[in-house]
Design a protein around this ligand. Structure first.
Ligand SMILES: [Zn+2]
Ligand SMILES: [Zn+2]
Length: 233
């Protein structure tokens, strides 16, 4: 196993998981994120709004009327503010333990995706979430960039079998995420995180920002934790 420093893709100046009010449940708009990214020295970011099933359920649950259809205007999108490279991916939702996922936002798909499973969308037994995720990896590994916070206490993630997940991720050459927002909120299972950090071939450290505060701060705290605990030297 290579040293952790070489297995983490984005120790510096890039962040591949964040949400906007333009398409899902973040506070900043896409334009605000893009402008702020420059101020905090980012070189590349991926904006990864939640898939349509999650947006629809969120709106229904909170009685929010349907919002913008601005995605159509993103066809010829260009960053006119600065030199940060902007990528658009979608945070897919696992729907069940077969291999079904929600692909789109407003019927549009992205080249690459994050695979997530929210407890209020995944309506099957929580014990089946590892199997469901592994089935989805087997079917869609060409499109999946990484699996979101597998070490979180949030939702039903106590059911995640981290050893199985690491082994399948390594086999299919996809990344696992050290989710800095979950860590900053003290919602990481540190034992699972330790296993992930020591055994996973490819790792992202992302903010999963829903606010500019998250975007600016949480990755720094997660990286500091790695130095303080001798994961990084
Ligand atoms: Zn969200
Ligand atoms: Zn997310």
């Amino acid at each position: 196993m290579k040293p952790l420093k070489e297995r983490i893709v984005n120790l510096e100046n890039s962040d591949y998981h964040m949400h906007t009010s333009s398409f899902s449940d973040g506070i900043p708009t896409i334009n605000e994120l893009v402008q702020f990214a420059w101020q905090i020295w980012m070189k590349e970011i991926a904006i990864t709004d939640h898939s349509q099933v999650s947006i629809d359920k969120f709106r229904k649950k909170n009685n929010i009327s349907a919002g913008s259809t601005a995605r159509y205007s993103l066809r010829n999108r260009k960053n006119v503010y600065n030199d940060v490279n902007i990528i658009f991916w979608i945070e897919w939702d696992l729907l069940n333990d077969a291999w079904d996922v929600c692909f789109d936002i407003q019927w549009r798909e992205s080249d690459f995706v994050i695979l997530s499973a929210h407890s209020w969308i995944y309506e099957w037994k929580p014990e089946t979430v590892t199997e469901g995720t592994i089935n989805a990896i087997k079917k869609y590994h060409d499109k999946i960039k990484f699996i979101w916070h597998p070490c979180s206490f949030a939702d039903f993630w106590e059911y995640y079998d981290i050893e199985k997940l690491v082994s399948v991720a390594n086999e299919y050459d996809i990344w696992l995420e050290f989710n800095a927002k979950v860590f900053e909120r003290d919602k990481s299972n540190l034992e699972k995180l330790d296993y992930l950090l020591k055994n996973t071939n490819k790792i992202y450290i992302n903010s999963d920002a829903h606010t500019l505060y998250d975007f600016k701060n949480v990755r720094k705290k997660a990286i500091q934790f790695l130095y303080d605990n001798n994961y990084l030297k």
